[in-house]
Design a protein around this ligand. Structure first.
Ligand code: CTP
Ligand code: MG
Length: 230
């Protein structure tokens, strides 16, 4: 059993602000990207044999050196990312080994503190036969759909809504087929699979798998590290 992890880390982090791209911002002395890779490596039951990381163009060598100590015996490949997240994932997917991989994870560098049990649940579901798997948590806000003028159209039943996280897991050929079609407007990889009519299974996610997006999220990240005694 062998898993490859794609890590899109090529975003600018406009909402977070600051000098460096988001993946290079540090919490507790390590970059968000290092935290993400260390988290995946700790999921020993996931059987990770290869990491493919998409980074801001020009930072490939620096990232390779930075991540090398954290991938263990797994292979590390670093590629320049693209304009949109989907472009970055696709560039990385091209470097996932064509043979010998049973599951491909796609995991946002910005979800740097995902617990090991979430990662292992996703991989286990793929290995059990699900073509596409996403970790989810309940939605706590009431969500409304609005029109172009900001007027409420309707209120979907909250009990049928979930918030989706990463890592998302895929049977390799399914993810390749999903990325072979036009990916415009896709905000995650499961959405590309849905467009193909592939059933996407859900597993339990975690609040700790939140996406570092805005400045206050860095405080939450520090709090999680302190709570874990890191
Ligand atoms: N990402 C990427 N390539 C892009 C855009 C995003 O690899 N062209 C990655 C980010 O690095 C991040 C993940 O996709 O790990 C989720 O994206 P998001 O949280 O939106 O990060 P950014 O795009 O960097 O942030 P912002 O939208 O605020 O600029
Ligand atoms: Mg973005």
């Amino acid at each position: 059993m062998s898993t490859a992890a794609i890590i899109p880390a090529a975003g600018l982090g406009v909402r977070l602000g600051g000098e460096a791209p988001k993946a290079f911002r540090e919490v507790g002395g390590d970059s968000l990207l290092v935290h993400a890779v260390r988290g995946l490596s700790a999921a020993t039951a996931a059987g990770l044999s290869c990491f493919v990381v998409a980074v801001p163009p020009g930072t490939e060598d620096v990232v390779r050196k930075q991540l090398d100590p954290y991938v263990g015996p797994a292979e590390l490949r670093v590629v320049p990312g693209g304009a949109e997240r989907t472009d970055s994932v696709r560039a990385a997917l091209d470097l996932v080994p064509a043979e010998g991989i049973d599951c491909v994870l796609v995991h946002d560098a910005a979800r740097s503190f995902v617990p090991v049990d979430v990662i292992e649940r996703v991989v286990a579901a793929v290995l059990a036969g699900a073509p596409a798997v996403v970790p989810v948590i309940p939605v706590t806000d009431t969500i409304k759909r609005v029109d172009g003028d900001g007027v409420v159209v309707d209120t979907p039943d909250r009990s049928a809504l979930v918030a989706v996280q990463t890592p998302q897991g895929f049977e390799p050929s399914v993810l390749r087929r999903a990325h072979a079609v036009e990916g415009a407007g896709a905000t995650d990889d499961a959405m590309l699979c849905e467009r193909l009519g592939v059933a996407v299974r859900t597993v339990e996610g975690s609040e700790d798998a939140f996406k570092v997006t805005r400045p206050r999220d860095l405080l939450l990240a520090e709090w999680i590290l302190a709570e874990r005694g890191a």
